[in-house]
Design a protein around this ligand. Structure first.
Ligand code: AKB
Length: 317
């Protein structure tokens, strides 16, 4: 059985990936870690194995890996795109510095390493519609710069040292357990909470701005499936486009209105996040992931919205 360490476990993806991995590999085989104290964790993480850990602390990370005989690491530590523009140097230090640290540890300790890339790894000169798997990558956000460098570095460690690095380019992730923080795509989560709480949302992304999005269950499936994939079939390894749906704010609002007919939306566009969104693809071509490891999402805008509203109505009661 795999022995897994999830770093950055208290964030939007980690807080759901940890229980998901535990349900597959067993409670005792999945260790969560984050900068937070255990007392600051949400209910789901609080129950199982947990270590307070800084990704830049090599000695501490090695000690945890030895303590639990870890053989696979999910590296979810990152400053996202919007917050990255406020703190570019910190973004580089954490996103890339943390990854370099983990790659070196993985090389020495023979670990498998999952590191997500993002639609943020593309830029304004990338083909916007049906963005190919292999194409121009000249991102203009620091987040994107760290993601492209990370993809290349992971490829390098695989080729040069045989480290089992793997990863996917995640779209905006929509979920209802832990809020995302500091991303450009966060509006597509906030809108559901505000629709239920207030019946109104002021959107910071302009009408007509398409971006790829994915519901959390598909995100979890992608993270597990790529790590379980037969390595002999993987031609890309660290940068698979994975897509599920592409929409713009008006389409999302219209779908919400099917459940909450009185819902209204207006706009107060944030130039920084709008600029980032404009530089990203409208929709990605994920045929390489489908061919090489059988990627197939289950959720589209319609069934995701049904589920989000059902779950959040209960949660926000
Ligand atoms: C962000 O908006 O920064 C992230 C991402 C798409 O990587 N959600």
């Amino acid at each position: 059985m795999k022995k897994i360490l999830v770093m950055g476990a208290a964030g939007q993806i980690g807080s759901e990936l940890v229980p998901h991995l535990r349900s597959i590999y067993g409670e005792q085989n999945v260790v969560a870690s984050d900068l937070k104290e255990r007392s600051e964790l949400g209910d789901t993480l609080n129950k199982g194995l947990y270590e307070k850990l800084d990704i830049l602390d090599t000695e501490g990370t090695v000690a945890v890996i030895k303590k639990y005989n870890i053989d696979s690491v999910y590296n979810l530590v990152a400053l996202l795109s919007s917050v990255g523009e406020q703190k570019p140097q910190l973004s580089w230090k954490i996103n890339l510095g943390g990854l370099v640290n983990l790659l070196e540890i993985s090389r020495e300790m023979k670990l498998a390493l999952f590191t997500p890339s993002s639609i943020g790894a593309f830029g304004p000169s990338t083909p916007k519609v049906n963005t190919p798997q292999d194409t121009i990558q000249r991102p203009t956000s620091i987040y994107g710069v760290t993601k492209v460098a990370g993809e290349l570095l992971c490829d390098y460690y695989f080729k040069k040292y045989g480290v089992d690095t793997r990863g996917v380019r995640f779209p905006g992730i929509i979920s209802n357990v832990t809020l995302p923080g500091g991303g450009t795509t966060d509006y597509a989560v906030d809108i559901y909470y505000e629709a239920i709480r207030k019946g109104h949302y002021t959107c910071y992304i302009k009408k007509g701005t398409f971006m790829d999005m994915m519901y959390m269950p598909d995100c979890l499936k992608a993270a597990v499936d790529i790590m379980e994939a037969d390595p002999s079939k993987l031609k890309h390894r660290n940068c698979f486009n994975v897509a599920a749906m592409s929409f713009e704010p008006e389409m999302l609002a219209a779908e919400i209105r099917k459940h909450i007919p009185s819902f209204t939306m207006d706009y107060n566009v944030d130039p920084v996040r709008q600029g980032i969104a404009d530089s990203w693809p409208d929709s990605m071509d994920d045929s390489a992931a489908r061919e090489e490891w059988g990627w197939k999402p289950e959720f589209d805008l319609k069934n995701m919205t049904e589920d989000m509203i059902k779950v959040l109505k209960e949660k926000l009661k």
